[in-house]
Design a protein around this ligand. Structure first.
Ligand SMILES: CCCCCCCCCC/C=C\CCCC(=O)SCCNC(=O)CCNC(=O)[C@H](O)C(C)(C)COP(=O)(O)OP(=O)(O)OC[C@H]1O[C@@H](n2cnc3c(N)ncnc32)[C@H](O)[C@@H]1OP(=O)(O)O
Ligand SMILES: Cc1cc2nc3c(=O)[nH]c(=O)nc-3n(C[C@H](O)[C@H](O)[C@H](O)COP(=O)(O)OP(=O)(O)OC[C@H]3O[C@@H](n4cnc5c(N)ncnc54)[C@H](O)[C@@H]3O)c2cc1C
Length: 664
């Protein structure tokens, strides 16, 4: 029934102030107000309609993306939206496109790696979209191994230019978003060669297409790399290829904040760590962690509302059928995902703080926290995107058959989200960076240099290597100190075990490659500890609103205890908990599920998503699922006619043949 709230009973059960939880979720009252206003602005604009994406051809979808991006830009200017509002606007538009890379990587690369003069020249052009840029790093032959890139930028002192060249097929740039059909410019990563010497990979601003007619400049071959996973989905993005044939750019288009090439061709490295050339990736990895909570919360919102609407099997006394959300199995799969969405939100907030802090330190030439910032952004990007991709797929299964329908919103969400496990660093490769950092930290224990930040717990190794958990009853698992100690002991013991095994190898690099799988597991344990500890820090802080803190506490312990359950092998094999304590944790988890159950729908309402943004018939705010499923089905082009195209060619002859042979 139109206008009826089918989830009203669920909403009435809530034991907390949903409006206050919306503010906690958004990060502040101001952030909530911005999100709330902008999401409705986008939802009410017919240009941003998105339900037909799956049935569009690639060309239609791409043109539709251009149209939406141009309209968004017009609105952003007409309404004089701030940077914060514009970011929200593009995110609620919810269609991957070249603008993501222009604002998300091209502009940050110039800001982070360009000199003052370079910023003054290029940023106004980029900020006004008079030029459109992308981030061209990955090549056909190398993505993860950045130092293995083959594109060359050779300085020619006679003309004061760099010659950008793709010497092999594998050196072709391959994957950059926005490159295929749109970008006029790119930040291109290439090996800098001066006076015959290779100085490694550096960034260069390169114009690719004419600003008059958009044709590729002479010496440039560029195009789209073709269809990607899923219909619609990420195919709105023009990921591209790019080949250079001795293409020349002026010397001042090398991004020279970190190192320079003089007019004479002398390479001058500054005293800052060369890894700062990877700074844009650190920035984006940090924002990908916040994005993980967006994607996972969307999926969880759909699965939670639908699980409350969907009923299967009568209860024993033959009354109304059971809401599937009341099955303990459903809760055991769904509620940890709901808790994870909140956990990733809070760790994302903290990571943003860490990133801002390290950026300020770098500006003051303090590089001490750079390795930790790299390890945290790499590890948390990896951990949260893997969990989110798996979580979206789990939400699809939680919605049964209807979850497989396009209009559930889940297939497209999954198809768009899953490459996050690969882009901005393959998730295994990134965890190995964390593992290197942990091995270094363990090797320095006892050297007098106390570990700080997220490895501070390693400084308490003497205690953590020996301690036994003091959990004696199920409620002890609601004690933050006891939970943290179990996670710290597990993470430290796994890291120390890897370090001990490494020390048995004469050649450390060989040892590292033999132990890769164990090292990744140790890195994941460390990252999970970070997320748990930041969630605990959140619930120990000031939180307003009736019942809000209580809900967050439940979510925090569900997050921690479900991880304990899932990785029980780690906890038991490291003696961080006993089998009896693990069983008490499962008992406590079941009790927490029961406490969460009446609040489940309100907890996803707190995400404050519009039906437009959710894009799901199953996750509609009003829960009016069944009539809307019919409406969506009838919109499918196959239902435009009762008798399908092709009937006369392919179906009728079969049936006729059958009738003829039956008569014989
Ligand atoms: C404002 C809103 C923003 C919204 C943003 C939206 C974003 C839009 C999303 C759009 C969608 C998709 C975008 C996708 C874009 C891309 O994918 S771009 C390409 C990304 N590519 C990668 O991520 C490549 C992954 N590889 C690497 O990062 C590195 O090469 C790797 C770390 C694997 C290399 O490691 P090493 O082999 O160790 O190489 P070295 O270069 O020699 O490093 C030596 C030491 O340096 C340390 N290190 C490495 N990286 C960093 C870093 N980033 N920062 C600090 N330090 C770093 C490394 O640990 C070594 O340290 P050690 O010597 O051991 O102490
Ligand atoms: C949708 C999408 C958008 C993208 N956008 C951009 C963009 O805008 N700009 C850009 O420059 N790039 C972009 N990329 C490229 C992306 O950054 C790379 O694909 C990514 O960094 C992974 O590198 P790769 O493809 O070389 O994977 P590979 O390194 O070839 O990975 C293949 C397998 O090998 C394993 N592996 C590799 N090295 C190791 C190791 N040392 N130890 C153990 N296992 C290892 C990996 O775990 C993986 O299982 C995009 C990619 C995608 C999918």
């Amino acid at each position: 029934m139109e206008g009826v709230d089918h989830l009203a009973d669920e909403r009435n059960k809530a034991e907390f102030d949903v409006e206050e939880m919306k503010i906690v979720w958004a990060g502040s009252r101001h952030a909530f107000q911005v999100s709330n206003r902008i999401s409705r602005l986008v939802a009410n604009d017919p240009i941003f309609e998105k339900s037909k994406r799956a049935v569009m051809s690639r060309k239609e979808l791409f043109k539709n993306t251009l149209k939406k991006s141009a309209h968004a830009w017009k609105m952003i200017n007409e309404l004089r939206l701030s940077d914060e509002e514009s970011i929200r606007f593009r995110s609620f538009m919810d269609q991957p496109g070249f603008v993501d890379l222009h604002w998300g990587m091209f502009v940050p690369a110039i800001k982070g790696q360009g000199t003052e003069e370079q910023q003054q020249k290029w940023l106004p052009l980029a900020n006004n979209m008079q030029i459109i840029g992308c981030y061209a790093q990955t090549e056909l032959g190398h993505g993860s191994h950045v130092q293995g890139l083959e594109t060359t930028a050779t300085f020619d002192p006679q003309t004061d230019q760099f010659i950008i060249h793709s010497p092999t097929q594998t050196s072709s740039k391959w994957w950059p978003g926005g490159l295929g059909k749109v970008s006029t410019h790119a930040v291109v990563y290439a090996r800098l060669i001066t006076n015959g010497k290779d100085h490694g990979v550096h960034g260069f601003i390169v114009q690719l297409r004419s600003l008059d007619d958009h044709s590729p400049l002479p010496g440039i071959t560029v195009g789209d790399i073709g269809m990607k996973f899923g219909n619609g989905a990420y195919n709105s993005m023009d990921n591209g290829f790019l080949k250079f044939d001795h293409f020349r750019i002026p010397r001042d288009q090398m991004l020279m904040r970190l190192s320079k090439v003089t007019r004479e061709g002398k390479y001058v490295a500054s005293d800052v760590p060369r890894q700062l050339v990877y700074g844009t990736m650190v920035f984006v990895r940090q924002s990908i962690v916040s994005n993980a909570s967006n994607a996972l919360s969307r999926a969880v919102c759909i699965a939670t509302r639908y699980s409350a609407v969907r009923r299967q099997f009568a209860s024993q006394n033959g009354g109304t059928e059971t809401q599937v959300i009341d099955y303990k199995t459903q809760q055991n799969r769904l509620f940890p995902l709901l808790a994870s969405a909140y956990a990733f939100r809070f760790v994302g907030e903290w990571l943003k703080w860490l990133y801002t802090d390290v950026t300020q330190r770098l500006e003051a030439s303090d590089f001490a926290t750079l390795p930790e910032a790299h390890a945290c952004t790499a590890g948390l990007k990896s951990m949260t995107t893997s969990a989110t991709a798996d979580g979206i797929e789990e939400c699809r299964k939680l919605c049964g058959g209807h979850g497989y329908l396009w209009c559930s919103g889940l297939p497209e969400l999954f198809a768009v989200y899953v490459p996050a496990c690969t882009y901005e660093g393959d998730n295994v490769v990134l965890q190995l960076q964390v593992a290197r950092f942990l091995m270094k930290t363990v090797s320095q224990l006892g050297s007098g240099k106390a570990p700080a930040g997220t490895t501070e717990y390693m400084g308490r190794a003497q205690h953590l290597l020996k301690c036994r958990s003091s959990v004696k009853k199920a409620e002890d698992w609601l004690n933050p100190g006891m939970v943290l100690e179990a996670f710290e002991a597990r993470a430290l013991r796994m890291a120390v075990s890897c370090a001990n095994n490494l020390s048995k190898f004469e050649n450390q690099e060989q040892g590292f490659s033999e132990l890769l799988a164990d090292l990744v597991e140790a890195a994941i344990a460390h990252c999970q500890l970070i997320v748990v500890s930041k969630f605990i820090a959140k619930i120990e802080g000031e939180i307003k609103g009736k019942g809000v803190k209580n809900q967050l506490k439940n979510l925090c312990y569900i997050y921690a205890l479900h991880l304990l359950h899932k990785h029980l092998g780690d906890f038991l094999s490291t003696d961080s908990v006993t089998p009896e304590q693990a069983s008490l944790a499962s008992h406590q988890l079941r009790s927490l599920y029961s406490q969460l159950r009446p609040n489940a729908v309100a907890l996803v309402d707190a995400f404050n998503y519009t039906d437009h943004y959710l894009g799901s018939v199953l996750g509609r705010y009003d829960g009016n699922v069944y009539p809307k499923l019919f409406e969506e089905a009838l919109k499918d082009p196959l239902n435009d006619s009762v008798v399908p195209d092709g009937y006369h060619e392919y179906i009728r002859p079969l049936i006729k043949q059958h009738i003829r042979s039956a008569r014989l």
